[in-house]
Write a protein that binds this ligand. Sequence first.
Ligand SMILES: *[C@@H]1O[C@H](CO)[C@@H](O)[C@H](O)[C@H]1NC(C)=O
Ligand SMILES: *[C@@H]1O[C@H](CO)[C@@H](O)[C@H](O)[C@H]1NC(C)=O
Ligand SMILES: *[C@@H]1O[C@H](CO)[C@@H](O)[C@H](O)[C@H]1NC(C)=O
Ligand SMILES: *[C@@H]1O[C@H](CO)[C@@H](O)[C@H](O)[C@H]1NC(C)=O
Ligand SMILES: *[C@@H]1O[C@H](CO)[C@@H](O)[C@H](O)[C@H]1NC(C)=O
Ligand SMILES: *[C@@H]1O[C@H](CO)[C@@H](O)[C@H](O)[C@H]1NC(C)=O
Length: 891
Amino acid sequence: MVYHNAGASVWLSLALSPFLAASPALARTVGPRDPVPDGFHAAPYYPTPYGGWLDSWKDAYTKAEALVSQMTLAEKTNITSGTGIFMGPCVGNTGSIDRLGFPQLCFQDSALGVASADNVTAFPPGITTGATWDKSLMYARAVAIGKEFRGKGTNVHLGPTVGPLGRKPLGGRNWEGFGADPVLQAKAAALHIQGVQEQGIIATIKHYIGNEQEMYRMYNPLQPGYSANIDDRTLHELYLWPFAEAVHAGVGAVMTAYNAVNGSASSQHSHLINGILKDELGFQGMVMSDWLSHISGVDSALAGLDMNMPGDTNIPLFGFSLWQYELTRSVLNGSVPVDRLNDMATRVVATWYQMNQDKDHPRPNFSSNTRDRDGLLYPAALLSPVGQVNWFVNVQDDHAQIARQVAQDAITLLKNEDNALPLSGSSKITVFGTDAQVNSDGPNACLNRACNKGTLGMGWGSGVADYPYFDDPISAIKKRVSDVEFHNSDSFPLIFDTPADDEIAVVFISSDAGENSFTVEGNHGDRDSAKLAAWHNGDQLVQRAAAKFKTVIVVVHTVGPLILEPWIDLPSVKAVLFAHLPGQEAGESLTNVLFGDVSPSGHLPYSITKSATDYPDSIANLRGFALGQVQDTYSEGLYIDYRYLNKQSTPPRFAFGHGLSYTTFSFTNATITPVTTPLSLIPPARQPKGSTPSYSTALPPASEAYYPDNFTPIWRYLYSWLHKPEADSAHAIGAAGTKKYDYPDGYSTEQKPGPAAGGAEGGNPALWDVAWEVSVVVTNTGKEHKGKASVQAYVQFPEGIPYDTPTVQLRDFEKTGELAPGESETVKVVLTRKDVSVWDVELQNWVLPGAATEAANKGYTVWIGEGSDRLFLACRTEGGSCEEGLEGPGA
Ligand SMILES: *[C@@H]1O[C@H](CO)[C@@H](O)[C@H](O)[C@H]1NC(C)=O
Ligand SMILES: *[C@@H]1O[C@H](CO)[C@@H](O)[C@H](O)[C@H]1NC(C)=O
Ligand SMILES: *[C@@H]1O[C@H](CO)[C@@H](O)[C@H](O)[C@H]1NC(C)=O
Ligand SMILES: *[C@@H]1O[C@H](CO)[C@@H](O)[C@H](O)[C@H]1NC(C)=O
Ligand SMILES: *[C@@H]1O[C@H](CO)[C@@H](O)[C@H](O)[C@H]1NC(C)=O
Ligand SMILES: *[C@@H]1O[C@H](CO)[C@@H](O)[C@H](O)[C@H]1NC(C)=O
């Protein structure tokens, strides 16, 4: 989402808008269904499946039905839309039904902490969390985030982010998610959702789907958003995977993407929302638009959207909406069936009940619009009442410790020649680079962190939070070592005396990215200008330091991969630490590793190639400007990141999953056990759908839409009422039933039984049956250092199956506790039926290719190791034995 502050882009779109915004109709930039690019097809899927047919949501739906059945037409439409941007304390604020005690719901950024608020924790972003490969930390961080969202009185947390998945290294928002692999994203997202929702906060998985680059993502009156053209199998096996796991984890909300998929905008894509999300994945919660991406009223409702955020058309601040009063009209005139509106309202209310928000849920006690105590209650109204908007509730508790642990355990040691690390602390240290010290203007000086000045703790855009303070690396280093010299510059000094042999240089470099609503140093969200080089001539800074010093340690704060070739093999570049994006706890988390209090235990959540062109054009490059709709075709299919490099036998510089330690580990005594046997070719037949709430489908009387008598509106606030003459004339059209809406092709109002691949939250429940369990003993074989090991399990499909599959694919991971030298821990990883299946496009189901061949259920190899290129242990499902000391199958 964008525009949560009165930032530059809002005023930019205002400059464009006076003539366009004069009529809300003109804000609608597409027809009922958009044209579809060659070779791709956005098949219609109607109607929207009713929510409520699953036991796991039964109680919430029963309560919701009781409440919704008392609502008038204008009350139902009031709760399916925001009341307008900057029309309340949060980035999104729905209407309320005061009569029935249903409050305005507060929707708030971001995935890493409460955005635009004081006294919160600025946690490390998703990419850093992914780099820990530690499920307990993923969960602990989420619990803390959920508590802070609750403490500030929000209802809906706009996270986690798993789209972008990280297909393009240059993509601007990859750092908000957990890494370039569907399983890493999925497991982290599921734990995030669990942790947040246990605090009674609705989590939102986003952005659904194909939002793999920032540039040209949005629809505007002159150009549609780009089209991500994705084939069905690639969608299921890569991009949909984390969304399916999120639904399986019970996520309450899904946010659609700005871009189109197969030519059709995500916010009105019936195949994606009605078909895949609500029928195949059985999603019972609410689907919201991304901020200001709502471009059709009737069509988006029919396609399955339930919530328009923040309520405006895609040109905000003029008091126009395609829902609210227009949705009221669309129901009265018969275009949107009453039962669709009932389902929309029920989904919203059921999600609220599902998280127990009917019981003592706090109200917002902060404002996104100002940090002052008092402020405008409705800033977009211009003439707004003023009152207290910030109560400065401190929600930080002891969460800094969790933030620091995540930042620390994410730090990834890529190289460590001659055991240069850990540092003893006795040698003189010279620190280079502006990235070592907090922004001298203050850590929050740049709106939405849209600058790269000082230590880079997070990317920019809506996915940020304000730092309550910033623990920077240079302060933490100075606490450890008395003899520190700091050059707060990204240029190496022109004159520099040759240091003594034992002096150490620590060079800080960075690479930033963010959301397309801001341009930073020529980068339009994506890294379109800097590409994969360090910013501020950082590569040259390392080279210059390496020319003078015998020992150079490089610390990298980055949103994603960089090309390290300019210096990685220089003899004096002894060690490299990727500290990713540490959030507020950048200092001590780093020195704990630098000086050996702990061993580094992070592992790369993406591959680092030797050259950008080691990937095909479709991955390596951003799609540039085109007349009409920019096309982003996923021609590489399943082959992104290590899947592609393995297929091409292109060794990366550092592989996905790579990460060194100060100690070493052995993986021994592995066993593989079949759990659910035998497994059939396809999952057993699903259960039929359970019952859903039922309401009268009669056209509501026009009077349910009338403005109340003597009502004084707030200027430009979005209301769900119509003036009497408008309501009456819409009702006349609906009652006559003669003037028909121009429905999209394939439109139908008949509920379907649901596809075979569905049946429960996330899909057919048998997909989560455990197929095999692998256990392995991990031992710290070092002499000196304690350390945590990452255990990664990759599946290799059987030979000779009729499906092309990547060489290996991550399927599970675990991290050990801190093991002392000689200490062991037994670790278990599991493979579910889904983990050993492929999506069969013809059958429209998950198929077990191991069962399709003669050797039923056989021939899978489960590779275990410390990285996608360090898989030295293999367990075979055929024969059930495990073998050590192998050379893995990777590039
Ligand atoms: C996109 O088009 C391809 C090719 O027709 C099809 O396999 C896929 O299901 C479509 N996906 C969506 C989301 O419409
Ligand atoms: C819609 O919500 C707004 C904001 O809470 C409220 O002022 C208005 O009365 C609500 N309308 C209806 C129909 O309840
Ligand atoms: C803010 O939230 C807290 C709970 O964290 C609650 O006790 C308090 O009443 C809220 N303040 C306001 C002004 O609503
Ligand atoms: C009903 O109202 C909606 C919203 O204004 C409009 O888009 C639609 O065309 C109308 N339908 C008819 C049949 O007039
Ligand atoms: C945090 O809350 C305290 C009161 O607990 C307040 O004095 C302080 O100003 C707040 N911090 C910020 C940055 O607003
Ligand atoms: C591993 O297995 C061997 C025998 O195969 C046994 O001697 C050893 O104790 C086992 N180690 C652990 C840690 O279980």
